[in-house]
Design a protein. Structure first.
Length: 304
């Protein structure tokens, strides 16, 4: 049997419709019909009952499908393993993420990646707020998905994969808490809870600015090392803190409110990896995540 005959039979056995089968295989439905007739002639058995309105497997066709499908899947898996091995896409890939919404995209991409490269395991783990690039430099992660900007000479920042609108986290009793939105100039009127640790100053200045676009100073108060600590400081009335608006879907809790910005640029996210650490599996994973983020793998796009 030829490969195209096996594929035509198995897809038709699933769809039970010549036009849909042709669409999946990129063939005219007449070509599918010819292929099935040749296969039946070669085997000497009728595999499908056909009428103008109905296509169904015969008992012999059902038995042939049940015998053939598992064997064909094993062949496909063996081919995928051979290709992956030839490309070096084996072993374990360790991937970091900076937020739960970034993790959602990585989990979705990992499912696609593992189907393509079954001999490569993927482990994902959260990156701590206080040391965003330390694990990459320590080889604890291969790539990681994180907030931009990233301007490190030993790291490569890929293209922006997705972006999120900004919000301001504040205590539930804050004067801004009942507003529909806040503006960047409002930051001059309330202390800012920021972060501390081994974090580049340009990154802190971008996400936790010290002055408004109009030049008014922004007071910095308490600092947090971990994300949950930041939420607790805000709830305790120690200040407000900017974040992605989507954080409200994951971290809403009594005592805090998420109010969207009306004039702040979105937070951009992308993959980052060591400049000297690009392996075949890293490159393949980067390509897969990019496809999933854009929706080009299956049309479903990034996690919502």
């Amino acid at each position: 049997m030829e490969r195209h005959e096996i594929e035509a039979f198995l897809v038709l056995a699933e769809e039970l419709h010549f036009r849909r089968t042709g669409e999946r295989l990129g063939l005219a439905h007449g070509r599918v019909s010819q292929t099935i007739r040749r296969l039946e002639h070669r085997l000497g058995v009728t595999l499908f009952e056909r009428t103008s309105r109905h296509v169904a497997l015969t008992p012999a066709g059902r038995q042939f499908r049940d015998d053939l499908a598992p064997a064909y899947r094993r062949i496909q898996e063996a081919v995928a393993r051979a290709v992956a091995s030839g490309k070096g896409v084996t072993g374990t890939l360790r991937v970091g993420f900076s937020s739960q919404w970034a993790a959602d995209l990585l989990i979705k991409a990992t499912d696609v990646f593992r189907a393509r490269y079954p001999d490569c395991a993927v482990q994902i783990q959260e990156v701590q707020l206080s040391d965003p690039f330390g694990p990459l430099r320590a080889n604890a992660f291969d790539p990681q998905l994180t907030e931009f900007p990233v301007a490190e000479p030993d790291l490569v920042a890929g293209p922006v994969l997705f972006s999120e609108p900004r919000a301001l986290i504040m205590p539930a009793q804050h004067p801004f808490a009942r507003r529909e939105s806040v503006g960047l100039e409002d930051l001059a009127r309330t202390p800012l809870v920021s972060v501390s640790g081994d974090i580049p100053q340009y990154w802190i200045d971008y996400h936790y600015p010290r002055q408004t676009p109009g030049g008014r100073p922004i007071a910095h108060g308490a600092t947090a090392v971990y994300w949950m600590e930041e939420l607790s400081l805000v709830a305790a009335g120690r200040g407000v803190s900017p974040t992605a608006l989507r954080a409200a879907q994951y971290h809403s809790r009594p005592g805090i409110v998420f109010v969207p910005f009306r004039d702040a640029p979105p937070i951009e996210y992308g993959l980052v990896w060591p400049r000297n650490g690009v392996t075949a599996r890293v490159r393949s994973f980067i390509e897969t995540v990019s496809e999933v983020a854009s929706g080009s793998d299956d049309g479903s796009g990034p996690a919502a």
